[in-house]
Write a protein that binds this ligand. Structure first.
Ligand SMILES: NC(=O)C1=CN([C@@H]2O[C@H](COP(=O)(O)OP(=O)(O)OC[C@H]3O[C@@H](n4cnc5c(N)ncnc54)[C@H](O)[C@@H]3O)[C@@H](O)[C@H]2O)C=CC1
Ligand SMILES: N[C@@H](CC=O)C(=O)O
Ligand code: NA
Length: 430
């Protein structure tokens, strides 16, 4: 048995406590598989006196995680605090500068400062690993960097946020309200410190930016991700989707297109019998399409203490066993800038829900707007009939370039009788 791998953990919340518990519960198995034990020698969190249900009394306590990253007697620094700037960024930078390997679950940090931090890791000849940061317990970082490394990847997509998938499937199954289900996801430890990151698609965007870099060998470009969340999806849309043969999922999609790499996050209607629709609750799924492997799908829990700790510990074990890869699959100087495509070049079909005053002539105005924008309608249905009152109109549109759909919907939104901005959800054959 080799010398212990000493680790210092900053952040003892949902993921930090889960990680300590896993390391303690499976200490023997981990030591056997790595050829050396893993010891937690230092910890840092906000409140030293808090009872967390895990024993860290054998570790040195630091009030300041940055000092811990610099000074602790540790080989690996584990950052489980969160946030793209402030203390998380400072402590990761300090650890890398001090020549220590870093494990983090922080996708916000890497999506924004990933290239700079990967460069710092290379300069110190250490590793920066982040399996927990993308799709929680699913080993997608390892799969992309290693298992699928020989492929030319054309598209990577999936359900990357456990909170949103939990909200959408619970709303669908129980008819409960958005806010009520979000609160439950927070209690279960799924949501980000600021849950708007989850429900506005930002967390999915962070993860997608990391997947894109690994899949396409380009620098992380979070700014290029088009993001839309699930706040505007109503119980009515979920019901309509069901009637049309779809389920609604928040997807992140990164794909090679004729205009460049398109990174997009938005709710989608996917066929009920397809491989994405069946992914429920806190589960995530990531699909990778490679030229030699074809389509490969990984599914598992995307959030919560246990699954996330599983991924953090996998990274720690790789470091203990001296297995490592460049942060984004190739050294930073080998990452190649690619042209980026914008969402208005996306081509696809659409579901549109309109709230309109029930009066003659409205359909003609809608049809004219679609005609002038060269958008072809597949179906239109008015739900209910109540002259002078507001009724729901549901349309599906044939495959069209998004710029045209946007143009048509802007005009439709301006029609007097249309009383709310149109709700548009993309339809994908995934
Ligand atoms: N909860 C989840 O399911 C998942 C979370 N993550 C990521 O893991 C990280 C941690 O998330 P959670 O454990 O859920 O958060 P949390 O809010 O439960 O825990 C954060 C911890 O950081 C500590 N902390 C905050 N500011 C600090 C400071 N200035 N100095 C020292 N300690 C400080 C807090 O005391 C707390 O112990 C985040 O980056 C999150 O995005 C990633 C995958 C899944
Ligand atoms: N808030 C995130 C946590 C994991 O990354 C999610 O819900 O997926
Ligand atoms: Na993962």
């Amino acid at each position: 048995m080799g010398a212990p791998l000493r680790i210092a953990i900053a952040g003892l919340g949902t993921v930090g406590v889960g990680t300590v518990q896993l390391l303690q519960e499976h200490a023997q198995t981990i030591a056997m598989r790595c050829g050396r034990p893993v010891e937690v020698t230092a910890v840092s969190a906000r409140d030293r006196c808090k009872n967390r249900g895990c024993d860290v009394s054998g570790a040195v306590w630091y009030d300041d995680p940055v000092a811990m990253a610099r000074e602790a007697e540790a080989d690996v620094i584990v950052e489980l605090i969160g946030g793209s700037d402030g203390v998380a960024r400072d402590m990761v930078a300090a650890a890398l500068k001090a020549g220590r390997d870093v494990v983090t679950a922080n996708k916000a940090l890497l999506a924004i400062h990933g290239t700079e931090l990967a460069r710092a890791a290379e300069a110190s000849n250490v590793h920066l690993t982040y399996e927990a940061a993308v799709a929680g317990g699913i080993p997608i970082v390892k799969a992309l960097r290693e298992g699928l490394g020989g492929n030319h990847i054309r598209r990577v997509y999936g359900i990357l946020n456990g909170t949103c998938n939990y909200i959408l499937t619970t709303m669908e199954d129980t008819g409960r309200d958005f806010d009520d289900v979000l609160e439950e996801a927070q209690e279960l430890g799924y949501a980000e410190a600021d849950p708007s990151f989850d429900v506005d698609g930002i967390d999915t965007g962070h993860k997608l930016a990391l997947l894109t870099s690994m899949a396409f060998g380009c620098p992380v470009d979070f700014e290029a991700v088009s993001m839309e969340g699930i706040r505007h999806v109503t119980a009515m849309d979920i019901q309509h989707a069901d009637e049309l043969g779809y389920r609604i999922k928040l997807l992140g999609v990164a794909e090679e297109t004729e205009h460049g790499i398109l990174q997009r996050v938005h709710p989608c209607m996917v066929p009920k019998n397809g491989p994405i629709a069946s992914v429920e609750g806190v589960f995530n799924a990531v699909v990778v399409e490679g030229d030699f492997v074809g389509r490969s799908k990984l599914e598992g829990r995307g959030a919560g203490a246990g699954p996330t700790a599983s991924a953090v510990v996998a990274d720690i074990m790789d470091l203990a066993a001296k297995r490592g890869a460049p942060t984004f699959g190739v050294p930073v100087d080998g990452l190649v800038e690619r042209p980026t495509a914008t969402i208005d070049t996306h081509v696809g079909a659409y579901y549109v829900r309109l709230m309109v005053l029930d009066r003659p002539g409205v359909f003609a105005e809608i049809a004219a707007a679609l005609r002038d924008a060269q958008v072809s309608m597949e179906s239109i249905l008015q739900r209910g009939h109540d002259p002078g009152a507001v009724v729901t109109v549901v349309m599906t549109l044939h495959s069209t370039v998004e710029a045209a759909t946007t143009r048509a919907l802007e005009r439709i939104g301006g029609i007097d009788a249309v009383v709310e901005p149109p709700c548009m959800i993309r339809i994908e054959d995934l």
